[in-house]
Ligand binder design. Structure first.
Ligand code: PLP
Length: 406
């Protein structure tokens, strides 16, 4: 992995070399992505789709090439199934609104899981409040895996959609989404996968998974902020109404009413983030140049290395220890003598003073954190540029923090 592509990794924080282990929140950007943004604004910036002039055509071509690249990246059947959004949250809100308008009514049920990010809870709660629908969640077993037996029992004729995270942003556990999709499809219930934490770390093939929808964010996969994707199977997207009006989503507007554009434009109201899509395309190319095999094995090895180091430290509790993870580890540190939890913020602050960036708190997954019965956790999360020197620096800093706080 070429760390030198990521200029920010040469920065110092509090006089120490930066050790960036907060990739689940957002990843750093390679030179290729940063340069693409400068290039776009310096040489071809122009609004897309509606212009006959040269720059507009260049910008349009870049946006549509990006759509094709993203479609190939997740193995969608067609680029018409790729809707550009602002990110995972925006994708899930769009789906919740649109699907809710078309297919959900009073007394119906939506199922999420007990370890979702708020972005895969709140849009469904809002839909439920609007439509008097019931939001249910798959319970967790003691080992923090999903209770699929309970899930089977939850599926019924009132269930209108299942929406689950592929990888937990708190625990890093790779969820059994294949099984969840099979069980739901046996009852003809569509499934949405929140791929915010999977798409950046593992090959996600929407045809092999057979998911009906997939949401993910550009900024977590080395792309820019403000661009994300909602993938939907064509047969679903065709049936869904637009969730926003204006711009390229129309076919004709008359005072009597409006007819809507074809896929995927029906879901892209207003000026799309065409510079973002261009830079996302560069991020996709960057990941492809490394290749999934190298990327996945590098991050798996690093996660296992870190977990082994962490578990050797007394009074450190790792959540979902020894379960297959995609680049995320959550833990807490206890004060052995007093048997009390050292607040994750205190650990995070002392790590930061040593140049180590980790995330602490509820990680936008309060129901899961409540389930764990703690005020929060400390989370380390890896990207393709991290290596064992980062883990060693983090472990040394953690031991120092633990000594200071015990
Ligand atoms: N879903 C999961 C599992 C996440 O980890 C995140 C962000 O951390 C989101 C959704 C929301 O992503 P965004 O803020 O990019 O919309």
């Amino acid at each position: 992995m070429n760390r030198s592509d990521f200029a920010i990794l040469k920065e110092q924080v509090h006089g120490r070399p930066l050790v960036y282990l907060d990739n689940a929140a957002t990843s750093q950007k390679p030179r290729q992505v940063v340069e693409a943004i400068i290039e776009a604004y310096s040489t071809w910036n122009s609004n897309i789709h509606r212009g006959v002039h040269h720059l507009s055509q260049v910008a349009t071509a870049h946006h549509e090439e990006a759509r094709k690249a993203v479609a190939a990246f997740i193995n969608a059947r067609s680029s018409d199934e790729i809707v550009f959004t602002k990110g995972t949250t925006d994708s899930l809100n769009a789906l919740a609104f649109s699907y809710g308008e078309a297919f959900v009514g009073e007394g119906d049920e939506i199922i999420v899981s007990g370890l979702e990010h708020h972005s895969n809870i709140v849009p469904w709660q809002m839909l439920c409040a609007r439509k008097k629908t019931v939001l249910r969640h798959i319970p967790l077993r003691e080992d923090l895996t999903l209770d699929l037996e309970a899930f089977k029992g939850m599926l019924n004729e009132r269930t209108k959609l299942v929406s689950v995270a592929h990888v937990s942003n708190v625990l890093g556990i790779i969820q059994p989404v294949e099984e969840i999709i099979c069980l739901a499809h046996e009852k003809h219930i569509p499934v949405c996968i929140d791929g915010a934490q999977s798409v950046p770390h593992m090959q996600v093939d929407v045809q092999a998974l057979d998911c009906d929808f997939l949401a993910f964010s550009g900024h977590k996969m080395y792309g820019p902020t403000g661009i994300g994707v909602l993938y939907g199977k064509r047969e679903w997207l065709e049936k869904l109404p637009p969730h926003e009006g204006g711009g390229e989503m129309i076919e004709h507007v008359r005072w009597e009413g409006t007819t809507y554009n074809e896929l995927p434009y029906k879901f892209e109201a207003g000026t799309p983030n065409f510079v973002g899509s261009y830079a996302l395309h560069k991020a996709v190319e960057y990941m492809q140049s490394i290749g999934w095999k190298a990327l996945e094995s590098h991050e798996r090895e690093l996660t296992q290395y870190c977990e082994a180091q962490l578990s050797a430290i007394p009074d450190v509790h790792i959540y979902a220890a020894n379960q297959p993870k995609a680049g995320v580890i959550s833990f807490n540190v206890y004060n052995g003598q007093l048997s009390t939890l050292i607040h994750p913020f205190d650990i995070g602050t002392l790590l930061d003073q040593q140049g180590v960036a980790v995330r602490t708190g509820h990680h936008c997954a309060e129901p899961l954190i409540d389930h764990l019965g703690v005020p929060g956790t400390v989370r380390v999360s890896f990207g393709l540029y991290n290596d064992k020197t980062d883990v060693d620096a983090f472990i040394a800093a953690l031991k120092k923090a633990q000594m200071m706080l015990s």
